[in-house]
Write a protein that binds this ligand. Sequence first.
Ligand SMILES: Cc1cc2nc3c(=O)[nH]c(=O)nc-3n(C[C@H](O)[C@H](O)[C@H](O)COP(=O)(O)OP(=O)(O)OC[C@H]3O[C@@H](n4cnc5c(N)ncnc54)[C@H](O)[C@@H]3O)c2cc1C
Length: 522
Amino acid sequence: MEEVKGRQVTTLYLLPQKGKLPVADRQLIERKIAENVYRLKAPKKNLCTDTTAKVPSSNPGQPGQVHQHDIAIVGGGMVGMALACSLASMLLTKHLSVAIIDSNPALFNGVGVKKEGTPDPRVSTVTPATISFFKDIGAWKYVEDNRHAYFDKMQVWDYTGLGYTRYNARDVNKDVLGCVVENRVLHSSLLSCIQSTDFPKTIYPSKLMTLHQNSSSMGVGSTSSASPSCERGHPVKLDLSDGSSLCAKLVVGADGSKSRVRELAGFKTTGWNYSQSAIICTVEHSVENHCAWQRFLPAGPIALLPVGDNFSNIVWTMNPKEAADRKVMNEGDFLKDVNYALDYGYGPHPRSSTLGNGGIFSWLKPDVTLSANESFEVPPKVVKLASERMAFPLSLMHANNYASKHVVLIGDAAHTVHPLAGQGVNLGFGDASSLSRVIAEGIAVGTDIGEVSLLKKYEAERKLENIAMMAVLDGIQKAYSVDFGPLNILRAAAFHGANYISPLKRSIISYASGEQRLPIFS
Ligand SMILES: Cc1cc2nc3c(=O)[nH]c(=O)nc-3n(C[C@H](O)[C@H](O)[C@H](O)COP(=O)(O)OP(=O)(O)OC[C@H]3O[C@@H](n4cnc5c(N)ncnc54)[C@H](O)[C@@H]3O)c2cc1C
């Protein structure tokens, strides 16, 4: 790990990679970092130095006293906690006083994850980019202590039998394509990670009710004006549901898709409902599943994801009426429907021979990847429902802006996507990583961390990436909502291209892994 010794910065791991910044800018930043690191190391009057992990909900401060923090993270879900861990892991940000506001009892009582027993139905497929991020911030070792399931193969196909694609980590010289982890494991790992540091954090077991900005920095849609109890330089006052208040230089909305921060700060959104719901549950097989399977059906995709031992997770998209019925139908009928949807009886199996040798797409003579020669496989049969079934309505939402003066949005507060490619929280982790880096860069050059020009750098970096992913996912969702002959052939051609054209296949894997931008955006 790079370190800062005295006033001398030995390695600039916070800076963008070489080649991305002009040399003059880089040298300027390097000089500023050295100066600012020195200043940061000196005791700072307005920096809250307590390392409290918990504040009694009734009275977080002395009567009449309002705590002053550098950053207030509203929402201690997976993305909010990832931001806190990332800040705690960097030399330039680990001294910041951070408040985490969330009434979720898991933040103070722990999540109580057991390695044995049935996996929780709420899981995330995390990409190699997310795994690297977790390793960098020191959280992945806690995930590895708990249940997780790496997978190195994936098969995607549809109900027409016209095409399929198999992906293999070996196609891109990797060991894994991703890892399926219960959300509670990701969350508790981030919590363990932050608890293992002496990062000056304060957890407020409460909910944000209102935001106020002092008169000199109005303009984020605040609900009230001046706030006499906030010290100079901490212009945003947050009032919580338990009657307490705190002040911050920067407020981060990590409070999910119904974000109160987004609403109070007046960020507008664009989006639509898909008129689809996803049923999720844990199921059991008689053999262990090592592959991630996804089949596109007329009403939406069904995914069967390995979660360890003989368990898999189902994410099944369908219309809301079907979801409501399938959520309560008896187990036998539900399992019959699941197996039918996964192939047992529903539609023809695609055959590699119709695609590769003499089939309608045989004019594509490619430089094939290893997995292109793997034949279609039928997924393992589901024999038992192992958890409750949960249904979630699906929508796309994107905040038109992520940043304004002293306020910024990350994770589902900024964007929600269709779960068909398991990208939602991965985008959120990308936001957390980017924002923490931008904050560190701001500190390095002596910029106020609430300064809008600084926060807009984060917005610019993430917006492009998030919108590109949203467009891809929305396009796939729309392409599969129509059952129409010529379109079916086009989709089959897409499967064929994705399976047999090596550069395309490698690009798809790298893009889905979070390691490469779409060619048009890079
Ligand atoms: C069916 C389904 C399957 C999915 N599968 C995947 C997958 O495989 N891979 C993937 O990457 N993503 C997946 N996602 C998306 C993923 O679950 C979300 O992107 C992720 O949970 C968002 O995390 P977050 O921390 O931004 O928000 P949230 O998880 O919503 O957390 C927000 C936090 O803010 C707190 N909060 C809310 N309001 C306030 C307030 N006023 N004051 C204080 N705190 C507040 C809440 O208590 C909560 O803890 C899936 C989503 C669905 C619906």
